[in-house]
Design a binder for this molecule. Sequence first.
Ligand code: HEM
Length: 435
Amino acid sequence: MVQMKYFDRINELRAIDFNVNADTPYDYGQLKSSGIIAKAVTWILDHPYWWMKFLRNWFPVLQFGKIAFVSRNEDVKEILERQDAFSTPFGPDMVDTSGGVEAVLGMQDGPDYRKTKDLLAKAFTAEDINTIVKPLSLDIADNIVKKSQGRLNAVRDLITAVPVRICRDYYGYNIEPHEERDFAEWSIALSTMYFADFFGSEKLRRQSLIAAAKLQRITDRSIVLARSNKDKKNTPLSRLLELQKSEPDTLSDADIRGAMISMVAGFVPTNTMAASHMLDVLLSNPDALSKAIDAALKDDDKELLACLTEAMRFKPLNPGPMRFARNDVVIAEGKKHARRIPAGTTIIASTQSAMMDDRALRNPRRFDPGRPYSAYLLYGHGIHWCIGAQIANTQITQTLKTLFRQQNIRRAPGKAGKLTKWGAFPDRLDVQFDL
Ligand code: HEM
């Protein structure tokens, strides 16, 4: 029977002693998928329109084994709204990588969930977006692009590099220059295990646990340094340490470490994938690209963000969030296509398909940056809606703006100019511009 790793396989993996720690050598190469099945899956995911449309029309709630794929806009929203019936399945993986602390995306709504989310909101404040994240992103990106001499691997050297430096300059992480790339790769390992390791690979879990140990160590080091910091820099990390002083019994160092790691794992890999996808879509569509360039040259961030958001609708992070059915449950009750889903099923609520559903969007295959925000499910829907959306929008807009302001920005010729991945995550897309 086809079944995802939730939760029998996860329990099997958790029973294995991987015997790894922060000094165990980490091998990013192990994240690379190879083989015919991986290639076939990649091809299917890269060509989603025809099969998603077919499913929406004929099998809107498709069940195969213990997996269900839900493709219509209203059904996808229903699943993401129904906390009573569905849980996110990420809890155990997130606990195992954060050092034993629960992360919001792995939790059900309730007092603990609210408390953790509230803590994050106090540390990563809304005011920081315009006062810190925006100028910092622009400055870091400008420096990188200026030094690039007219050609760069936009994924590694810009799109991934900027979030890492924001973890350093905004979050309050102590990251030495020689650790920047490692930091990115460790966070990518965590995200791969959470969101792209559907069947529970032992090889991948081992690397993720090593990466997690290294991220925990660098977080602990940053905590020690922030605590001894005489100039009292106002960062999310230092704010958490201040809060700890007023509630030492409820906010431990481990809680702070867990919170920071969840915001790193939510940020670096996700923004890498999102911004790479946006860039790739725009470079493939001259009209859309010229709209984005126009907005960038006019310094119209709102318009540029609209172009980027619309571009990502054509290539979101993945088919959609996963949910686990705790009990038997009926989806689309009262409708012709209603279907009972048995307990223990993992459901893919395909926001990607939902954003191409012509029952909900007008002319969905047209690039139209003027769509209402309700057309987008890029950041999820319902209680687990992304808490990093503002950081993401701001960081990515400022970063890609620097690229789009360059003369004659284009793909580099040959294979280097095509988006390639390392495992589930974008790794290379060379661009060039005139000096
Ligand atoms: C363009 C970039 C991003 C995209 C497309 C994105 C997308 C998403 C989606 C779809 C969800 C919901 C997942 C689900 O329901 O299963 C989510 C949740 C979340 N995201 Fe993001 N995200 C992005 C950037 C970020 C950033 C920058 C951070 C942190 C700074 C972040 C932190 C989180 C967290 C902590 C949650 C869980 C919220 C909760 O459970 O209440 N994300 N994100």
